[in-house]
Design a protein around this ligand. Structure first.
Ligand code: KG4
Ligand code: ZN
Length: 336
C-alpha cells in the first residue's frame, strides 16, 4: 500500500509517499520562512496563499521522484487539524479532491498524532507503550501512548508552548523567526549558568508545564543589561540564550522523568519541532538513562513539520480500517 501525505497546517508545505513495504519513498518540503521573515511570525493569509501555489507542484514532484503515477497511490492522508484554518483548508480540499478523483480513501490526520508517530520511521522504532513528549510551536504535552490511536494526555502547558517560548525569547533578542534554532545557535557560545533562570512548576506535583515565566525573566534580563544601544553586549546575549535553553531542557527533563515514574514505562518518545534541539536530545538521553529509560526521536527533518509523518499516520489509520467520508474537514482546534 502507498499513502500520499499532505501537511499544510502552518508554514511548511510537506508532501511525502509512505510505502508499507519500503517506508518513505519520496519526501518534499517547501518552507515559507522567507515569506514570513519580515513579519517576525507566520501571517495566516500569506501561509494559505503560498500553500495553494506549492501543494500541487510538490505532489507532482514526489510522484516523479518515486517514479509512480496517481494509479499507484492507495490512499491520501492530509492534516485535518489543529492549525491555521485557511492553511488546513488548502491541504484538506486538495487531499479530499485528489482521493475522490483517484477513487481511493481519504484520511484526515491529527497533526500531533503525525508528530508523535514520526519516530516510528527511524531504524529502531520504539515499542508500545511509551510516554510521548510533544514539544512544538503550538503544543507542549506529555501523552500516555498505549497503542496507535490510544492516547491519554497526562500533562500539558498551562500557557505558552515550548516552541512558542523559544520564538518569543528569540524575538526579544532580535533573532530571526523561527526562533528555536536561532537561540540554540547563539547559546553555543554562551554560559548557561551565568543567569539563574527559574525552572517553572518543578516544585509543584503533577505533569503540567508553564513557560511564560521564562519569557518574562528573559525580558527583564535584557532590560537590566542593556547599557547603551537597543540590546545587551554580544556575550550577555549568548549567556541569556544559553540560560534560557538550559532552563527549558531541565524543566522538560524533570517532568519527563516524573511521567515515566508515574506510568512505569521505560520508553520516552520525543517529537515536534523543539525535539530537533541538540541540547535537549543529548541531555534528556543522559538524564533518563539514569532511570534506565531510553529516549527515541526522529531525524531532525522529521521533528519539524513534514509530509512523511502525515503519510505514515495515515497508513496506520488505514490499516486500522479508518477513512473519511466525502465531506472536507478541517479543525483549527482539535484535542488529541
Ligand atoms: O513542529 P513544528 O515544526 O510546528 C508546529 O507544529 O508548531 O515546530 C516548530 C517549533 C518552532 O517554535 C521552532 O522555533 C521550534 O519548533 N524549533 C526549535 C528547534 N527547531 C525548531 N526549538 C528549539 N531548538 C531547535 N533546534
Ligand atoms: Zn507541527
Amino acid at each position: 500500500m502507498r499513502v500520499l501525505g499532505i501537511e499544510t497546517s502552518c508554514d511548511e508545505t510537506g508532501i511525502a509517499i509512505y510505502d508499507t513495504e519500503q517506508g518513505i519513498i519520496a519526501d518534499a518540503l517547501h518552507s515559507q520562512v522567507a515569506v514570513h521573515a519580515e513579519y517576525g511570525g507566520v501571517v495566516p493569509e500569506l501561509a494559505s496563499r503560498d500553500h495553494i501555489k506549492k501543494t500541487l507542484p510538490l505532489i507532482r514532484q514526489v510522484l516523479a521522484e518515486a517514479k509512480l503515477s496517481s494509479e499507484d497511490i492507495d490512499a491520501v492522508a492530509y492534516t485535518a487539524g489543529p492549525g491555521l484554518i485557511g492553511a488546513l483548508m488548502v491541504g484538506a480540499c486538495l487531499g479530499r479532491a485528489l482521493a475522490y478523483g483517484w477513487n481511493v480513501p481519504a484520511l484526515g490526520v491529527h497533526h500531533m498524532e503525525g508528530h508523535l508517530l514520526a519516530p516510528m520511521l527511524e531504524e529502531q522504532p520504539p515499542e508500545f507503550p511509551f510516554v510521548a513528549l510533544l514539544v512544538s510551536g503550538g503544543h507542549t504535552q506529555l501523552v500516555d501512548v498505549k497503542a496507535i490511536g490510544c492516547y491519554e494526555v497526562i500533562g500539558e502547558s498551562l500557557d505558552d508552548a515550548a516552541g512558542e517560548a523559544f520564538d518569543k525569547a528569540a524575538k526579544m533578542l532580535d533573532l530571526d523567526y523561527p526562533g528555536g534554532p536561532e537561540i540554540a545557535k547563539l547559546a553555543e557560545s554562551g554560559d548557561p549558568h551565568r543567569f539563574k533562570f527559574p525552572r517553572p512548576m518543578v516544585d509543584r506535583p503533577g505533569l503540567d508545564f508553564s513557560f511564560s515565566g521564562l519569557k518574562t525573566f528573559t525580558l527583564n534580563l535584557i532590560q537590566k543589561h542593556t547599557v547603551d544601544g537597543p540590546l545587551p553586549d554580544p556575550q550577555t546575549m549568548a549567556d541569556i540564550a544559553a540560560g534560557f535553553e538550559q532552563a527549558v531542557v531541565d524543566t522538560v527533563a524533570i517532568k519527563c522523568r516524573r511521567a515515566l515514574e508515574q506510568t512505569g514505562y521505560k520508553r520516552l518518545v520525543m517529537a515536534g519541532g523543539v525535539s530537533a534541539n541538540r541540547k535537549l536530545r543529548a541531555e534528556l538521553g543522559q538524564k533518563l538513562a539514569a532511570v534506565k529509560a531510553t529516549v527515541f526521536y526522529a531525524r531532525p527533518e522529521f521533528c519539524t513539520d513534514n509530509g512523511a509523518m502525515i503519510a505514515y499516520a495515515g497508513a496506520c489509520r488505514l490499516a486500522a480500517g479508518q477513512h473519511a467520508d466525502l465531506s472536507v474537514v478541517a479543525y483549527p482546534r482539535w484535542p488529541m
